[in-house]
Design a protein around this ligand. Sequence first.
Ligand code: SF4
Ligand code: SF4
Length: 433
Amino acid sequence: MESILLLEPSSTQKRQAMAQMLRDPQTAAEGDGEEITKRLRSLRTAAVEARNDLLGELQSAAKEQTSRRWFFAADAASAAGIIRQICPDTAAVAVNKSAVVTAEVVPFLHAAGLTIVAPYYDGLAEVEARFTQAWQVPEVPLAASRNAFHSTDDLPARRRQSLRERGARNLAAVIGVNALAAADGSAVLLQHRANIRQMLTECRRIILVAGIDKIVPTPADAVFQASCMAWFGTAALALDLGRKANPAPALDNYPFTIGPGDVSEKITVILLDNGRSDIATGAYGALLQCIGCRACAASCPAGEYFGAPRPSPRELLFTDLQNTVAPLMHCIQCESCRSACPLSLDLPGMILDRRHRRARSFPALSDRLLANAEIVERLGSRLAPLANLFLQNRLVKKISEAAGGIDSRRTLPFFAAKPFADIYRDFLTRSEQ
Ligand code: SF4
Ligand code: SF4
């Protein structure tokens, strides 16, 4: 029996996790992070490899279901067309903040003249948007976020009860699915506020949108994948609070005008390709392993130049691969996103590669220097102090600026003749004597 599982923060569990951190910071901070990332990598690699089989299995399971209508959309325009077709008399759409909805489908809904309501941001105060830079985002240990969520499957029953008692607001809710089980179509939705619960119980029509990369074999896999998204993405929420500048009307502004008995309980699910099949078979296939946690967004110092609302490095590249030219040149190749990613996806390498393919030219000197920082540093260290003298020379600085884009006013760090590992080893030897 297919179900809708909601993964949401639990204040009790959050308090218990904080107490554990205070009681025994070492165990709480370490937890079993390595086991989790290992399991996640193996799940995502297998899911991308078996994507066609999983899609087939899901489509067979969907045929058995009577409580849902299933559609397949080749692109976002078709998905918006399906939504319009099943909601001909709805002028407003409530959306959650998942990228598959906001970045892919919403532009087409907007173009179709629909009002977009974003209940996630309803009621957030101005002051809560104070984190605008990656380096301001507080670090959230995995152990703390890991124990802060619980899952519930009471949504279909709550919706039924609410519709019978109050009817519905005349909106369609378009909600991105975080994981979908091929075995029985169970969908897992992750919420950090009460927005999804409210949309599911109060909106007239419910449309779930799932990128085909979100399909995993079993309901247990789906819960695990969505849980990882919650655990690794907690810090990024601080950056997202800034998005509420959106002047959209609040969901509560829409009264319950659809009477009890006039609402269909049937839920629509749209499986969306939108370039994913092509990406899977191309040079950037690994990108489909992404679970959409946005840990890379929380670590990226250049994110504010990627556009608004601030896309994660993964969303930036994904948009570009879907043939909407994205400002990839703003990536400074710092590699922070790769370290932050629970799957260690090589986003910097893929972004650089895409940049070169787009330019169809030999990589710029600055790109080559940034992409090969280790070689440059090893060379500089071998040639220090000559390299240091050379780099401080005004003429060399001007040439570096013209050829490599390195600002001549910048004083670059000095190369040390001895690698740090050797200095540290010497220090240990001296301390032992
Ligand atoms: S490598 Fe690029 S995308 Fe990744 S964190 Fe650094 S600037 Fe951002
Ligand atoms: S690429 Fe970004 S969003 Fe995707 S899994 Fe890695 S950190 Fe999370």
